[in-house]
Design a protein around this ligand. Structure first.
Ligand SMILES: Nc1nc2c(ncn2[C@@H]2O[C@H](COP(=O)(O)OP(=O)(O)O)[C@@H](O)[C@H]2O)c(=O)[nH]1
Ligand SMILES: [Mg+2]
Length: 254
């Protein structure tokens, strides 16, 4: 495969993606913690709401936008589901890097400063959270999901011949130009996996940092259990894609 162009020479600013369905206190806490820990590095918080977002969550987002008018931007989602919400935010991001996370505290905001530090040291890489390496973990995850997740990670790390331990956790920092160059397909949760396997196929460096996942206490998941099996499709397809099918624009010849 050809060498990749550089997607970011430096980390200058971060666009933080916050999708919202039913989060209120969790959303406020997320923004407050990131703002206090590494506010200088944050260009914007892209708060994405959709038709199903509860009135309480919408009011909370509006109050945050009033409190942090220069940073909090509210986006009305056009494409469907979580993957669609992320893609809508990709189109609007102006920071050098894009931070994918959630607003339900299952992507702990007090770890964002670690992403920023790693991103500064490795601006052209993806920094991704791992629940499977030393220092990371699961709290309140179902035993069955834990086992299936482990098997899934092992199968795909073999298939992609990579030592990565967690390819499905949607807590990751990616150069914005990279996410804007890729042709995305999934609109539901498997999109979280797509944002890892497509860059991997392009040969982008991926660095893991340990994160402990803790089950949310506010609101409910929007990903029913059986939908987890849909993750296979994008993983299998992408494994055999050539570069030209992953990128939006064909690359210029030498
Ligand atoms: N705007 C928007 N946010 C969503 C959508 N689906 C999920 N989210 C949010 O994305 C985050 C992750 O989703 P969640 O349902 O917790 O999935 P899980 O953690 O994989 O079970 C949460 O903060 C949700 O509120 C969606 O269709 N639109
Ligand atoms: Mg969640």
């Amino acid at each position: 495969m050809d060498a990749n162009p550089s997607y970011a020479e430096r980390l200058t600013s971060v666009s933080v993606f916050l999708p919202v369905m039913d989060e209120t206190e969790s959303l406020v806490k997320t923004v407050e913690i990131i703002h206090a820990d590494c506010g200088d590095a944050i260009r914007e918080f892209l708060v994405v709401v959709c038709q199903k977002t509860t009135p309480g969550a919408r009011a909370t987002a509006a109050a945050l936008a009033a409190r942090f008018p220069d940073q909090v931007k509210i986006i009305e989602q056009q494409r469907p589901f979580l993957g669609g919400a992320t893609q809508d935010a990709f189109d609007r991001a102006t920071g050098s890097h894009f931070l994918m996370m959630a607003s339900d505290l299952e992507t702990p905001p007090d770890r964002v400063q670690a992403y920023v530090a790693q991103g500064r040291a490795h601006p052209n890489a993806i920094i991704t959270g791992s629940r499977w390496i030393k220092g990371g973990g699961f709290e309140g995850y179902s035993k069955l999901k834990w086992f299936l997740n482990f098997m899934f990670q092992k199968s795909f790390s073999l298939m992609y011949w990579t030592s990565l331990s967690d390819m499905t956790y949607g807590f990751r920092l990616i150069p914005t130009k990279l996410v804007q160059a890729i042709r995305w397909e999934e609109v539901r949760h498997p999109f979280l996996f797509e944002t890892l396997v497509k860059p991997l196929r392009l040969g982008v460096e991926v660095i893991e940092i340990p994160i402990t996942w803790r089950a949310r206490t506010e609101g409910v998941s929007n990903n029913p259990f059986l939908r987890n099996f849909a993750y296979f499709r994008i993983g299998l397809k992408t494994r055999f894609y050539a570069r030209g099918r992953i990128l939006k624009q064909p690359e210029q010849g030498p």
